[in-house]
Design a protein around this ligand. Structure first.
Ligand code: HEC
Ligand code: HEC
Length: 287
C-alpha cells in the first residue's frame, strides 16, 4: 500500500500510479455525470422489468406489459382487414348505382377496379384502357354495348360472344357477300365513309344511302348512330374499331369480324365485377 500523495501544484490527491515520474490526479467525476449514469442504470432496470429484455432459452422474458412487436403488427393487420372487409361487404350488398353515389365506397371500388383491370383487362384493352384495333377504347363516350352502369356491368359480367356464358351478348353482323352485289357493297361502303369523311365518289355514296337503309339500319340505326342493344357501333363518328376507309368497310360488310370478350363474373366474382364497373364507368365516358 502506497501512502497518500498530494500533488503540490494543484493540491489534488493522486491515484498512486506513477510512470517515469508522472503521476495521475485523482479528480472525482463531475456530479452531473455521475447522476446521469445512475439514472441510466435505473432506466435499464425499469425497462427490463416492463418490456421483453432478457434472453432465455426459447424466447426472451415477456416483460410486465407483455408487449410484442409481432402482436402489434398483427393488430394493425387485423384492423386494416376489418375496415377493408367492411367496404367489401358493402360493395357485395349494394348495387353499382349505390356504390357510385357513395363517395367513400366509390373511391374504394375504383382503387380495387383499377388493380383488377391491370391484371385481367390490360392485356387486351391496354394499360390505359385506350384499346387498339379490334379492342375498344374504354375512356371515350363511344359504346358498343352501352355506357351506363348497368350496361357496363352486364358486359363485364357475361362477356361478349362468349359461348360458355348463357347471358353473354350474342348479336352478330351478317355476312353480306351473298346478299349484296359488288356495286351495292361499294355504294354502301362509300355512303358509310361519307358520314365522317370525303367519299371516293359522291354518286356512289348517294346511291349507297338506300342500300344502307334497307340492309344496315335495323342494327346501326337509320341515322347510323348505332344501337347498343345490338352491339352495333356508331358509324357516324370517326371512331373505327375494325379499320378505317372504304376498303375496311367493304371487308366488314362481306366477311364481318366479331370481337369476343370473356365473361368475368364466374372468374372474378360479383364484387370485383362491380368494382370494375365503377372503375370503367369513371374512366371518362360513363353515361
Ligand atoms: C381477350 C381480350 C379481352 C380481355 C382480356 C378483356 N376484354 Fe373487354 N373487350 C374485348 C373485345 C374484343 C371487346 C369488343 C367486343 C365487340 O367487338 O363487341 C371488349 C369490350 C369491352 C367492353 C364494352 C365496350 C363498349 O364499347 O361497349 C367493356 C366495358 C369491356 N370490354 C371491359 C373489360 C374489362 C373490365 C375487362 C377485364 C375484366 C376486359 N374487358 C377484358 C376484349 C377483351
Ligand atoms: C344484325 C345486326 C347488323 C347488321 C344488319 C349490320 N351490322 Fe354492321 N355491325 C354489327 C355489329 C354487332 C358490329 C360490331 C362487330 C364487333 O363488335 O366486333 C358491326 C360492325 C360494323 C362495322 C365496323 C365499325 C367499326 O367501328 O369498325 C361496320 C363498318 C359496319 N358494321 C357496317 C355495316 C353495314 C354497311 C351494314 C349493312 C350492309 C351493316 N353493318 C349491317 C351489326 C350489324
Amino acid at each position: 500500500m502506497s501512502e497518500k500523495h498530494i500533488d503540490e501544484i494543484s493540491g489534488v490527491e493522486t491515484t498512486g500510479h506513477e510512470w517515469d515520474g508522472i503521476r495521475e490526479l485523482n479528480n472525482p467525476m463531475p456530479r452531473w455525470w455521475v447522476w446521469t449514469f445512475y439514472a441510466t442504470i435505473l432506466w435499464a432496470i425499469g425497462y427490463a422489468i416492463a418490456y421483453p429484455a432478457i434472453p432465455m432459452i426459447t424466447s426472451a422474458t415477456k416483460g410486465y406489459f407483455g408487449f410484442s412487436s409481432r402482436a402489434e403488427l398483427q393488430q394493425d393487420l387485423d384492423l386494416a382487414k376489418a375496415s377493408q372487409m367492411k367496404f367489401q361487404d358493402m360493395i357485395a350488398a349494394k348495387t353499382v348505382q349505390e356504390i357510385d353515389a357513395d363517395p367513400a365506397l366509390r373511391e374504394f371500388a375504383i382503387a380495387g377496379g383499377a388493380s383488377a383491370f391491370k391484371v385481367n383487362c390490360a392485356p387486351c384493352h391496354g394499360s390505359g384502357a385506350s384499346g387498339g384495333p379490334g379492342f375498344p377504347n374504354l375512356n371515350d363516350d363511344d359504346w358498343l354495348w352501352g355506357g351506363d352502369l348497368d350496361s357496363i356491368q352486364t358486359t363485364i359480367a357475361h362477356g361478349i360472344r362468349f359461348d360458355s356464358d348463357a347471358d353473354t351478348h350474342v348479336s352478330e353482323m351478317p355476312a353480306f357477300a351473298d346478299m349484296l352485289d359488288k356495286d351495292q357493297t361499294r355504294q354502301v361502303a362509300a355512303y358509310v365513309w361519307s358520314l365522317t369523311n370525303k367519299p371516293s365518289d359522291e354518286a356512289l355514296a348517294e346511291a349507297g344511302k338506300q342500300v344502307f337503309l334497307d340492309n344496315c339500319a335495323a342494327c346501326h340505326g337509320e341515322d347510323a348512330k348505332g344501337k347498343p342493344e345490338m352491339g352495333a357501333p356508331d358509324l357516324a363518328d370517326a371512331i373505327w374499331l375494325k379499320g378505317r376507309g372504304e376498303d375496311a368497310i367493304i371487308r366488314q360488310v362481306t366477311a364481318p369480324k366479331h370481337g369476343v370478350m370473356p365473361a368475368w363474373s364466374a372468374r372474378l366474382g360479383d364484387t370485383t365485377v362491380k368494382e370494375l364497373t365503377v372503375f370503367v364507368h369513371a374512366l371518362g365516358g360513363g353515361q
